[in-house]
Write a protein that binds this ligand. Structure first.
Ligand code: KIV
Ligand code: ZN
Length: 521
């Protein structure tokens, strides 16, 4: 696919740092470890695992990933401050390949209003920060924050100084997503023309998506000679998000004739990784999302279907299997065995331990009794449910609700706590789901306000599984929960309990490593 004169573009993934800054996307330690391993399997060159000084939880997560995830460079973010840089090093030092990423804002707006620093002071601070990081680690990245709104003459000076101080990568962030593709091209081109030592560093871009231009701006930067792209799975990140990894990678691959550049991404792992990130962050991927959306390869119009049947390339520029959509949505059923389930799980991109496979298989049998055809979406949902790593203090046993138009629901609910089953009977709520939520709050003695709630169908048909997601507020903090069942009331009860279990985990004074970002926003 790649030509001999192709440039290799370094893929720097910041799903665990900038991506985690998406409202509602925080992940617990186990979830971050799982995502980090998936990123290695995907083939990303650099994983920005977090911002170690930001919180003890962030620090623990970066340190754990550095110690146990092998294959990619593990990077920690730091402001140009000694304490930040020391903490970042403490977190990444045990990685077999490590990087410290220091940043400092350079635009006039940030200099005047945020930092209250002059240009010379900024340059000196950048030099000191890069030197301190360099004292620890050969691989140092420097980012002039808000670079795209920085005067080009000053940006040129900053970049030269950072490289002289030892930066091996210089990243150009479009922090507020303000740039356009031609502007981004001009900035990268100008830096390559005007910074005398530019050959000693990799030029990188980091584009936010406020105007929906993050991918276009990143590709324009590559055209102008950038050698690294910073991006996130599903494009998650601050505000409107970051450059989407799957889009930019497939852009380079599909239009190799134009960009003459390639990455080492295993593109068949794009869909499984997208699903994993969506599942652990609770951020849904829109159906029409390029590359990984459910409709990305669906041809609805008759004229398109006719063309596709005659010759695939009439309407298809990429193959669905190249990005990891399984070739067929093979249906499993109650007679399918463990081997078939394991095979399907592998095809969908999940690596299950024998214990996880046992647990998923048990759930699969329960589901197969309720539902004749089990689709890929069902299997993925069962696996993700099994991989949800919140300690299960409370689990769902059963419910019964009597209700109707104009009637206050009467609910009986039973929950399990360890060996013990506890139950309650009460009336209240506007409908069966609200009634069950009230009963859960009463039984678990955990008051919570439901801030967001939705249910959607995982696959098709009247017997499709419903997946419910909730966001609860408890003592000023937000907690996510997710549950799946063929019964939408039960799915909702499970989602509510999942969020309650997150609250209980925090309250149980677990170590920071266990509680870090436990879905707490
Ligand atoms: O958007 C931004 O400027 C950042 C920097 C820390 C690179 O995320
Ligand atoms: Zn950013």
């Amino acid at each position: 696919m790649t030509e001999s004169n192709d440039r290799k573009i370094v893929i720097f993934d910041t799903t665990l740092r900038d991506g985690e800054q998406s409202p509602g996307a925080s992940m617990n330690l186990a979830e971050k470890m799982e995502v980090a391993q998936a990123l290695v399997d995907l083939g990303v060159d650099v994983i920005e695992a977090g911002f170690p000084i930001a919180s003890p939880g962030d620090f623990e997560a970066v340190r754990e990933i550095a110690q146990s995830v092998q294959g990619s460079v593990i990077c920690g973010l730091a402001r140009c401050r000694e304490a930040d840089i020391d903490r970042a090093w403490e977190a990444v030092q045990h990685a077999s390949k490590h990087r410290i990423h220091v940043f400092l804002a350079t635009s006039a707006i940030h200099r005047e209003h945020k930092l209250r620093m002059g240009k010379d002071e900024i340059i000196q601070r950048a030099i000191d920060g890069v030197r301190r990081a360099k004292g620890y680690c050969a691989d140092v990245e420097f980012s002039p924050e808000d670079a795209s709104r920085t005067e080009i003459d000053f940006l040129t000076r900053v970049v030269e100084a950072a490289i002289d101080a030892g930066a091996t990568t210089v990243n150009i962030p479009d922090t507020v997503g303000y740039s356009t593709p031609s502007e981004m091209y001009r900035v990268i081109h100008a830096l390559r023309e005007r910074v005398p030592n530019i050959d000693r560093a990799v030029l990188s871009v980091h584009c936010h998506n406020d105007l929906g231009l993050a991918v276009a701006n990143s590709l324009a930067a590559v055209e102008a000679g950038a050698g690294q792209i910073e991006c996130t799975i599903n494009g998650i990140g601050e505000r409107a998000g970051n450059c989407s990894l799957e889009e930019v990678v497939m852009g380079l691959r599909t239009r190799n004739d134009h960009y003459h550049a390639h990455t080492q991404i295993q593109t068949r792992r794009l869909v499984p990784t997208s699903r994993l990130v969506s599942s652990v962050t609770g951020i849904h991927v829109q159906r029409n999302k390029a590359i990984v959306g459910q409709n990305a390869f669906a041809h609805e119009a008759g004229i398109h279907q006719d063309g596709m049947l005659k010759e695939r390339t009439t309407y298809e520029i990429m193959r669905p299997d190249d990005v990891g959509f399984a070739k067929t949505d093979l249906v499993l059923g109650k007679h399918s065995g463990r081997a078939a389930l394991m095979d399907r799980a592998r095809t969908l991109g999940y690596h299950l331990t024998p214990e996880q496979l046992d647990a998923v298989f048990d759930q699969f049998k329960v589901l197969a009794d309720k539902k004749k055809d089990i689709y890929d979406g069902d299997v993925a949902s069962l696996i993700e449910q099994q991989m949800m790593t919140v300690p299960e203090r409370w689990s769902f046993e059963s419910y019964h609700v009597e209700t109707g138009t104009g009637r206050t629901p009467q609910v009986e609910l039973a929950l399990r706590r360890g060996e013990q089953v506890v139950s309650t009977t009460m009336s209240g709520g506007d409908g069966p789901i609200a009634a069950v939520f009230l009963a859960i709050e009463q039984l678990t003695q955990t008051p919570a306000v439901c801030k967001d709630f939705h249910v959607h169908s995982v696959t098709v048909g009247k017997d499709a599984q419903g997946e419910s997601q909730v966001v609860l507020e408890h003592e000023g903090q937000l907690y996510r929960g997710r549950g799946v069942s063929t019964d939408s009331v039960e799915a909702s009860a499970k989602a509510f309990l999942h969020a309650i279990n997150r609250i209980v985990a925090i309250k149980n004074h677990q170590t920071p490593a266990q509680t870090a970002g436990t879905g707490k926003e």
